[in-house]
Design a protein around this ligand. Structure first.
Ligand SMILES: NC(=O)c1ccc[n+]([C@@H]2O[C@H](COP(=O)([O-])OP(=O)(O)OC[C@H]3O[C@@H](n4cnc5c(N)ncnc54)[C@H](O)[C@@H]3O)[C@@H](O)[C@H]2O)c1
Length: 335
């Protein structure tokens, strides 16, 4: 039986990948330090270890006998990383180095890395394609891109097949909705279900695409199971349905029959205004298809959050740099 090691298995993406790989008959070993994930997300069939990916000895030990690594563990806080660069990059770059090193030590066959569209940064043209020069504008983006570069070096040297996946703005059930520092749709739903007005940074005309988790999982599954993707970097997500943050709010307003209007606050530093990715390569190599519309995806998410109940926002991450550039929403816990 093929054995896969999944980091961040208690998180949004990692837990869905674990479920799918178990369905396909894989043996799944998973780790998570639960900083942003929840035990309720972990499939009981996963051999689970509560561990920090920065702990190299633990990674070496728990990964023993695994054939494939799917590395998703991260504190994926793009905008916030400008104000907590040490902690966020430690959990993006350093933890990847530890997992990668353990993968080479254990002689795994394949390493799949979850990067982020933050790798692209500010580009002169849209949509982002995988061959563009990366120009990240946040410590998180730099940490993701730097991780990719080292993955290439270490995997090539050690004959490990590797693939870099670049998901963008995934939505769906199990996404953490009590984290005030990321996941815009989840934050909005949590607030609106409480009858509170959501906060929008800037004028809300930031343009994004949102992908439903199920559509991403079918691509991730292919990246794990196919053997012709060594060295490929592949964007994952739709490129047909672009929305602004204002349109996202209006869609949710309609679904939830919410009566209020958003509160507009100052722009967040270095937030990329227009960020959309091309899915051509994913269509070609992974058979990507958008099966779930934004509306359907949001409806599923609303159901999930309704079922679990709204939560207070949990300001667990320390703001390392607290000055006039730090958004008041985080400084003064206003979300
Ligand atoms: N969700 C998205 O829209 C999106 C978009 C692009 C890229 N990604 C990438 O996909 C991956 C998964 O993201 P997600 O949305 O599922 O996030 P998530 O926060 O739901 O899951 C990440 C998990 O990693 C765990 N974790 C964090 N640091 C850890 C550490 N040092 N050791 C062990 N566990 C640790 C957290 O507890 C959490 O359960 C990340 O690498 C992220 O950068 C996500």
């Amino acid at each position: 039986m093929t054995k896969i090691f999944i980091t961040g298995v208690a998180g949004f993406l990692g837990s869905h990948v674990a479920d799918r790989m178990l369905e396909l008959g894989y043996e799944v070993v998973g780790v998570d330090n639960l900083v942003g994930g929840f035990m309720e997300n972990v499939n009981p069939k996963v051999t689970f270890y509560e561990a920090d990916c920065n702990d190299l000895e633990a990674m070496k030990k728990y990964m023993k006998g695994c054939d494939i690594v799917f590395h998703a563990a991260c504190t994926a806080h793009d905008g916030f990383s400008l104000f907590s660069p040490y902690y966020i990059t430690k959990n993006t770059f350093e933890n990847t180095m530890s997992v990668l090193s353990a993968a080479a030590y254990n002689k795994v066959n394949k390493f799949i890395y979850c990067s982020s569209m933050a790798r692209y940064g500010k580009q002169p043209q849209l949509p982002y394609t995988e061959d563009m020069e990366c120009m990240p504008v946040t410590p998180y983006g730099v940490a993701k891109y730097s991780s990719e570069l080292v993955i290439k070096q270490v995997c090539e040297l050690n004959n490990i097949n590797y693939t870099i996946l670049v998901p963008h703005n995934i939505i769906g059930p199990r996404q953490n909705y009590s984290d005030p520092f990321r996941n815009v749709a989840a934050i909005m739903i949590n607030k609106m279900l409480k009858g509170e007005r959501p906060i929008i940074y800037g004028d809300g005309e930031q343009k994004r695409t949102f992908s439903f988790v199920g559509d991403c999982i079918s691509c991730i599954e292919k990246a794990i199971t196919l053997d012709n993707l060594n060295g490929e970097i592949i964007n994952i997500g739709p490129d047909e349905e672009f929305v602004t943050i204002n349109q996202l709010f209006n869609e949710l307003k309609d679904i939830l029959d919410f009566k209020g209007e958003p509160i507009y606050v100052k722009d967040r530093p270095n937030e990329v205004k227009l960020a959309t990715c091309s899915s051509d390569k994913a269509r070609k190599l992974l058979g990507y298809k958008t099966n779930t519309t934004l509306r359907e995806g949001l409806e599923e998410m609303v159901e999930d959050i309704k079922n679990k109940g709204t939560k207070d926002f949990n300001y667990i991450y320390e703001i390392e740099i607290n000055n006039d550039k730090t958004p008041d929403t985080w400084k003064n816990k206003l979300i």
